[in-house]
Design a protein around this ligand. Structure first.
Ligand SMILES: Nc1ncnc2c1ncn2[C@@H]1O[C@H](COP(=O)(O)OP(=O)(O)OP(=O)(O)O)[C@@H](O)[C@H]1O
Ligand SMILES: [Mg+2]
Length: 295
């Protein structure tokens, strides 16, 4: 598969963004923001973050549309609990089979949140970049935020997810491989996307013991504006299986962390909450009673 060079990517994005801006200024429409969530490495939490952030932004009163750009491997619909409502998908819209309104699925938990699902039985390369740009441009006229869930990798699927976006959120887990991949992606994105960082799946206990990279370790390498830090949270797996993003429970520490990210995106000067160090489990407590041998 072809890997994109930086100029190709910037050129594709600039064209889409410039087109959207000139059309909007002609009609004096205030455009929403199109933000791609990406990472390079797979399985680090792009889809989970997209669902939770979209939910948090909508709960705060914004109109939000989520685009699952992971063509062939869709799962944003599952995380949102919307899989039984999906009738049409992104490629149906891009190929003019249906109108975008026929394909948008309304969220069942939150007003103002909509999903455009990915096609399951198609290939990432089936997406025509210019069509994707035009779609994102038109959605920016109707929504405050268009969040685009990118596939892993830096090939065409990534390029199509980025086309039409104006900003990027990069998701990184505290692992050396993930940091290296984010570094590569940030290099490809360039400054125009003003990439901001979310560190996902942090385990403060392990950081304390020197067994996991800390926020400072990760961002000492990446040096990006830090948007948020999300704990490694067993409840995420439960809520994903139920199709109820944890951001619906803003009173939980992790739910609140997603809301803090939403607040910062909306321009508030909200602090970045650090995941709390949870109480030690039974094994850990007995381990320390036995002279700290169990580590
Ligand atoms: N903060 C978290 N705590 C615990 N588990 C998490 C967290 N974030 C994501 N996960 C889990 O990690 C797995 C991968 O998450 P997700 O699908 O969001 O990653 P992704 O980056 O979108 O993956 P892909 O590259 O395959 O699209 C899922 O099982 C998800 O439930
Ligand atoms: Mg995903």
């Amino acid at each position: 598969m072809p890997v994109l060079s930086d100029p190709e990517l910037v050129e594709a994005q600039s064209a889409g963004s410039a087109q959207a801006e000139s059309e909007a200024s002609k009609a004096s429409i205030k455009l929403g923001r199109a933000i791609v969530l990406t990472s390079g490495k797979g399985g680090v939490g792009k889809t989970t973050t997209t669902a939770n952030l979209g939910t948090a932004l909508a709960v705060r009163g914004a109109r939000v549309v989520l685009i699952d750009a992971d063509v062939g491997l869709r799962n944003l619909d599952i995380v949102l609990g919307l899989e039984s409502r999906v009738r049409h998908h992104l490629l149906d819209v891009l190929e003019d089979q249906v109108d975008v309104d026929e394909a948008l699925v309304a969220d069942k938990h939150t007003d103002r949140l909509f999903l455009l699902a990915a096609a399951q039985a198609r290939e990432k390369d089936d997406v025509v970049t210019s069509k994707m740009q035009a779609l994102v441009s038109s959605l920016r006229e109707r929504f405050d935020y268009v969040l685009i869930d990118s596939p892993a990798g830096i090939e065409l699927g990534f390029k199509n997810a980025v086309a039409g976006a104006d900003e990027a959120i990069v998701i990184c887990t505290p692992e050396v491989a993930a940091v290296r991949d984010v570094d590569r992606v940030v290099g490809l994105l360039g400054n125009r996307f003003r990439p901001q960082l979310v560190i996902n799946r942090l385990r403060p206990q392990l950081v304390r013991k020197g067994k996991m990279l800390s926020v400072e370790d990760v961002n000492g390498i990446l040096r990006l504006p830090l948007l948020g830090v999300i704990a490694d949270e067993p409840e995420i797996i439960v809520t994903t299986n139920r199709g109820e993003p944890l951001a619906l429970r803003a009173q939980t520490a992790t739910g609140a962390a997603y809301h803090a990210i939403a607040a910062r995106i909306a321009g508030e000067d909200a602090p970045v909450p650090m995941p709390p160090v949870s109480k030690p489990g039974l094994l850990e407590r007995f381990g320390s009673l036995l002279g700290g041998k169990r580590r």
